[in-house]
Design a binder for this molecule. Structure first.
Ligand SMILES: C[S@@+](CC[C@H](N)C(=O)[O-])C[C@H]1O[C@@H](n2cnc3c(N)ncnc32)[C@H](O)[C@@H]1O
Length: 219
């Protein structure tokens, strides 16, 4: 999803530096300081316009949420929603989530969300998929022992790739849903913008998985 540049975005982000971080490496190991109180940290990579993370934060006041998004014009729209929400348990981060290992200290993150990540359908671009082993190794490092990755997509190819990728990496599956919206797994499901749009056209797939504790110790 490429979005046209929004002329107001850069200044708006500067004006709300209490809610959005643009130099995230400086926060490594100190993310709790960005929040009003220390609580478990959950991270979404690729938040888009922020519907999911803001609703999750509203429903879970005992969790601190960090929303990472690479595109300035997109995260600026999420920031607007966050400002209106007056929530104190969400911080946004404008950066490339591919560098997650440089953003967080080991075991700093309790849960990671990947929602409708870019599918990168060409085989030669497989390494760019956020569920590829290149990224799993970083998620393993920053997630707490038993910390979970939750992944949703409408893209069957990306889902199949991710299922195999998680399995080959030795992740343990907690949930696998082949048609989330028509299953028991849909109870309490918080929808993203893409999910609302694409669930009209076909099934939504979902995976929840965690790393083996002994793999984490080695990793
Ligand atoms: C297809 S959209 C999905 C947006 C949202 N998660 C949803 O489900 O509605 C993917 C989003 O991920 C962002 N993105 C892609 N790669 C990223 C990366 N490496 N780091 C941070 N954001 C990324 C894109 O800019 C885009 O906003």
């Amino acid at each position: 999803m490429r979005v046209r540049k929004k002329p107001w975005a850069e200044q708006y982000i500067k004006d709300h530096s209490d809610l959005i971080v643009t130099a995230p490496e400086q926060q490594l190991g100190h993310w709790q300081e960005r929040f009003s109180k220390p609580q478990p940290i959950q991270v979404e990579i690729g938040i888009g316009k922020g519907q999911f993370i803001i609703e999750m934060a509203r429903q879970n006041p005992d969790i601190n949420f960090l929303g990472i998004e690479i595109q300035e014009s997109v995260i600026a729209t999420a920031l607007r929603k966050l400002v209106e929400s007056e929530l104190t348990n969400v911080q946004l981060v404008e950066t490339d989530g591919a560098n997650v290992d440089t953003l967080f200290a080991a075991n700093e993150v309790d849960k990671l969300y990947l929602n409708f990540s870019d599918p990168w359908p060409k085989t030669r671009h497989a390494k760019r998929r956020l569920t590829s082993p290149n990224f799993l190794v970083h998620y393993q490092q920053v997630l707490k022992s038993e910390g979970k990755i939750q992944f949703k997509t409408d893209n069957r190819g990306l889902f199949e790739y991710s299922l195999a990728s998680f399995n080959n990496f030795g992740l343990i599956f907690d949930e696998v849903w082949l048609d989330l919206h028509h299953s028991d797994g849909n109870e309490g499901n918080v929808q993203t913008e893409y999910e609302e749009k694409f669930s009209q056209k076909g099934p939504i797939y979902k995976l929840v998985a965690h790393f083996k504790a002994e793999d984490k110790k080695r990793g």
